[in-house]
Design a protein around this ligand. Structure first.
Ligand SMILES: [Zn+2]
Length: 92
């Protein structure tokens, strides 16, 4: 049997040098208390909901649309329900 000399790969003696990772600058950036625009996410002073009238309008429109969709949906459900009741009543 031939015992081949095993070579140890890798250097065991060297310790990993500390990588020079710079501290995150964001942590040092001290922002006064603020909130974000409900629509676009811009930073705005506390107490405000939107950054501009544009965003306010956008949100209002969206809300109106979603409430309209809800009303339509409820109307459809009610209509289906009424039809079902009507059919059931007719088949008795
Ligand atoms: Zn906005």
């Amino acid at each position: 049997m031939d015992a081949a000399p095993t070579r140890v790969k890798g250097i065991l003696g060297t310790a990993n040098p500390p990588t020079g990772m710079p501290k995150k600058e964001k942590e040092e950036f001290n922002v006064p208390q603020h909130t974000h625009c409900k629509v676009c996410g811009k930073a705005i002073p506390l107490g405000q909901v939107y950054c501009s009238k544009e965003c306010m309008e956008k949100d209002r429109k969206q809300q109106r649309r979603s409430s309209t969709m809800f009303t339509v949906y409820m109307g459809v459900v009610a209509a289906v329900f009424l039809v079902l009741i009507f059919i059931t009543a007719h088949f008795k």
